[in-house]
Design a protein around this ligand. Structure first.
Ligand SMILES: Cc1cc2nc3c(=O)[nH]c(=O)nc-3n(C[C@H](O)[C@H](O)[C@H](O)COP(=O)(O)OP(=O)(O)OC[C@H]3O[C@@H](n4cnc5c(N)ncnc54)[C@H](O)[C@@H]3O)c2cc1C
Length: 375
């Protein structure tokens, strides 16, 4: 029987970042994951976008998103040094553009909202946008430049975190956790194949499937929100844009290796795995409308992933009802961005039993959850 100070359920970005942080603070740590390649973290576009993802009524989440973005530079430098793996952290900013007059009116409203919140944003004319990105369609009407919304390559980030965990002495167990329950000597973690592990503490970070794991502890209201995105590849001339580009219904993320990510659908389709013709068509058309040069790129692949969604679109980070269990899930569209802030919360809890103030509003026991919203 493996016994650890901390057992982490799930080896996506959130579980690995948490395990790395805990192991570095001295806890003997184990990560359990089925290893089936189902992590959203391997599919994500990797935008680190607290400002472009700021929505009305989500100011607490904005604060946490901004705090996590601020942790990024040092966290990445440390991770790259430790793992020897480049994770494609590019600080190129994000350009939000309007395809037509209606979009431009929406950007006016958005710009007023962002400015009221004190966020760093610049309103640009159509010409200002094209000076920044000459590959933009002549139809583009105007934009907002967000200098601090950057990107990372999530698949490389996962590989680096795994290497850093191994370097810090984290053990890995291949399996799927079915149940976490109180035992006389701590917590008993039952795997679906009937193996059992014990641990003093457990973190549930199983992404969209966290609700299944936690069933015996507390029914977490996490559901899979399907996302499809496209990978296009540069041929000869390089990519037609240099920085993250967002329209109101599509985004384009150019990676240093010549890949252009075009995303993404947001679909309530449970665990449907199929890439669909309609999604490919819509994403390509929207990308082409903003940047005609996308039509010249090589079509590489369609990726499908499942965001861990919650009823109020905010993550679940904090102590669960069962003693010794911490929940770190429900990061929905911003799990890559929120990895360092979540890992910091887990490490603080492991060291002191306390939960940092910046994640306090996201307790999994919060009112809206307890109200019994169906999964
Ligand atoms: C198309 C798309 C685009 C996205 N773009 C962005 C973006 O640009 N920026 C951003 O910040 N976020 C983005 N996201 C969201 C981001 O991917 C997620 O919020 C984040 O990856 C969640 O990480 P996680 O570790 O919680 O979950 P996951 O990465 O899903 O990992 C969970 C792991 O737990 C494992 N698991 C499941 N059940 C069990 C069990 N019973 N026992 C043990 N292990 C289990 C799974 O196999 C998996 O490996 C995007 C998501 C999608 C789908």
């Amino acid at each position: 029987v493996t016994s650890s100070d901390l057992l982490v359920v799930g080896g996506g970005v959130i579980g690995l970042a948490s395990a790395w942080a805990a192991a570095r603070s001295g806890a003997s740590t184990t990560v359990v994951d089925p290893g089936r390649g189902e992590a959203a973290s391997d599919v994500a576009a990797g935008m680190l976008a607290p400002v472009t993802e700021a929505h009305y009524g989500e100011e607490e989440l904005l604060r946490l998103n901004l705090a996590s973005a601020q942790l990024y530079p040092e966290w990445i430098a440390d991770l790259e040094r430790t793992s020897g793996i480049n994770v494609g952290y590019r600080r190129s900013g994000t350009l939000l553009v309007a395809r037509d007059a209606d979009d431009n009116a929406a950007l006016d409203r958005l710009f007023r909202f962002q400015t009221k919140l004190g966020l760093a944003v610049d309103r640009l004319t159509a010409r200002g946008c094209r000076e920044m990105e000459p590959g933009l369609s002549p139809g583009v009407r105007g934009g907002i430049f967000v200098p601090d919304d950057h990107q990372v390559d999530p698949a490389a980030l996962t590989r680096a975190l795994r290497a850093a965990c191994e370097g810090a002495g984290v053990s890995f167990v291949t399996g799927r956790v079915g149940e976490v329950a109180a035992a006389p000597d701590g917590l008993r973690v039952a795997l679906e194949d009937a193996r059992g592990l014990t641990a003093a503490r457990v973190v549930i970070a199983a992404g969209a499937r966290s609700g299944d794991v936690a069933a015996s502890v507390v029914p977490l209201p996490v559901r899979p929100v399907k996302g499809q995105l496209l990978r296009l590849r540069a041929r000869g001339q390089g990519l037609p844009i240099d920085r993250n580009l967002r329209g109101l219904d599509v985004y384009l993320v150019p990676r240093a290796d010549g890949t252009l990510i075009v995303g993404a659908t947001v679909e309530e389709m449970s665990y449907d795995r199929a890439p669909t013709a309609g999604a490919v068509h819509d994403l390509l058309r929207r990308a082409y409308e903003l940047v005609p040069g996308t039509a010249e790129l090589e079509f590489d692949s369609v990726a499908v992933g499942w965001r861990p969604g919650t009823p109020d679109n905010a993550p679940l980070i904090g102590r669960a009802a069962l003693d010794g269990v911490f929940v770190a899930t429900g990061h929905f569209r911003n799990g890559i961005l929120l990895a360092p802030a979540t890992a910091r919360a887990v490490a603080t809890w492991v060291e002191s039993g306390e939960v940092p103030d910046d994640v306090a509003p996201f307790s999994p026991l919060r009112e809206k959850r307890v109200a019994g919203v169906p999964r």
